[in-house]
Design a protein around this ligand. Structure first.
Ligand code: NDP
Length: 255
C-alpha cells in the first residue's frame, strides 16, 4: 500500500500550488519529504498537513551556495535523496519588445538554472545508490509557443531539452528523468497571470479566465492534484522504463 516507503524526495517549491499537491501525493505513497522554497512559514504550514516525516529547507534555487547547503541539510536530516521533483518556478508575461534582460535572466535562472543546480546537487547520491527518479515540472510552454511569454517559454523548452539529454546520459544507471508539462492550472501563479491580463488588457476577470480556459479542449483549468498524479506515477518502482518523456497534463491541449 506504500509503494515508495523509505524513499526520500525533495520537492522544490513544495509549499504551495502544484508543489504542495505533489508533496501530498508522494507522502501518501510513503515517501519521506524535504520541502524546499524561499518562504519558511509557507513550507512549515504545508509540512504540518503531511502524514509523513518532513524536513524543511529554506533556499533560493537560483543561488548555487544556498542549493548546495540545502541539499546537504536535506541529506543530513533524511538521508540520501532518491527522488527529486524540480517544481519551483515563476512565470512573468511581457511582449517580446518589452522583455528586458532582467526579466529574461530571471525566467531562465528560476525555471532552468534552478533545475540544473538542484539536479547537480541530488544526482551524486542517486548514482551512488544506483536508483533515482528526477521529475521536472516544465509546462505546455515547453512544448509549444504562447505569445507574451517568450522568456518563460524559452526556459521551459530548455527544461525539456535538459530532461531528454540527461535521461540518455543516465539510461543505464537506473535513474529516470522525465518532465511533466501542465496546462493552465489553478494555483496562485495562475491567479497572478490572470491579474496581469486584467490589468494590461482591460478585460474583466471572467473574460481573462475564459481566455485561458479556451486553450484546454476539456474547457477547464487543470487541478494541481492531477499534475501530482502524473508525478507520482513517474516515481513508482514500476515506471523504470519511462525516461526522457515530456508528458502533458493539459486536457488534450498538446498532442
Ligand atoms: P506557485 O507560484 O503557486 O508556486 C511556485 C513555487 O515555487 C512556490 O512554492 C515558490 O515558493 C517556489 N519558488 C519560486 N521561485 C523560487 C526560487 N527562486 N527558489 C525557490 N523556490 C521558488 O506556482 P505553481 O504551483 O502554479 O507552479 C509550479 C510549477 O508549475 C512552476 O514551475 C510553473 O512554471 C509550473 N507550471 C504552472 C502552471 C500553472 O498554470 N499554474 C502551468 C504550467 C507549468 P517561494 O515563493 O516560497 O520561494
Amino acid at each position: 500500500m506504500k509503494p515508495l516507503a523509505g524513499k526520500h524526495a525533495v520537492v522544490t517549491g513544495g509549499g504551495r500550488g502544484i508543489g504542495a499537491a505533489i508533496a501530498t501525493a508522494l507522502a501518501g505513497a510513503g515517501v519521506r519529504l524535504t520541502l524546499l522554497g524561499r518562504s519558511r512559514a509557507q513550507l512549515e504550514a504545508q509540512a504540518r498537513k503531511l502524514a509523513t516525516e518532513v524536513h524543511v529547507e529554506t533556499c533560493d534555487v537560483t543561488d548555487p551556495a544556498q542549493v548546495q547547503q540545502a541539499f546537504e541539510g536535506a541529506s543530513h536530516a533524511l538521508g540520501k535523496v532518491d527522488i527529486l521533483v524540480n517544481n519551483a518556478g515563476q512565470a512573468e508575461s511581457r511582449p517580446f519588445g518589452k522583455t528586458d534582460l532582467r526579466l529574461w535572466r530571471t525566467m531562465l535562472e528560476v525555471n532552468l538554472t534552478g533545475t540544473f543546480l538542484c539536479t547537480q546537487a541530488a544526482l551524486p547520491g542517486m548514482l551512488a545508490a544506483g536508483w533515482g527518479r528526477i521529475v521536472n515540472i516544465a509546462s505546455t510552454a515547453g512544448l509549444r509557443g504562447y505569445p507574451y511569454v517568450s522568456a518563460y517559454c524559452a526556459a521551459k523548452h530548455g527544461v525539456i531539452g535538459l530532461t531528454r539529454a540527461l535521461a540518455l546520459e543516465l539510461a543505464r544507471k537506473n535513474i529516470t528523468v522525465n518532465a511533466v508539462c501542465p496546462g493552465f492550472t489553478q494555483t496562485e501563479l495562475l491567479e497572478a497571470s490572470l491579474a496581469a491580463i486584467v490589468q494590461k488588457t482591460g478585460r474583466s476577470p471572467t473574460e481573462a479566465r475564459a481566455e485561458l480556459v479556451r486553450h484546454n479542449p476539456q474547457g477547464r483549468l487543470v487541478e494541481p492534484e492531477e499534475v501530482a498524479q502524473a508525478v507520482l506515477w513517474l516515481c513508482m518502482p514500476g515506471s523504470a522504463a519511462l525516461t526522457g518523456q515530456a508528458i502533458a497534463v493539459a486536457g488534450g491541449e498538446v498532442m
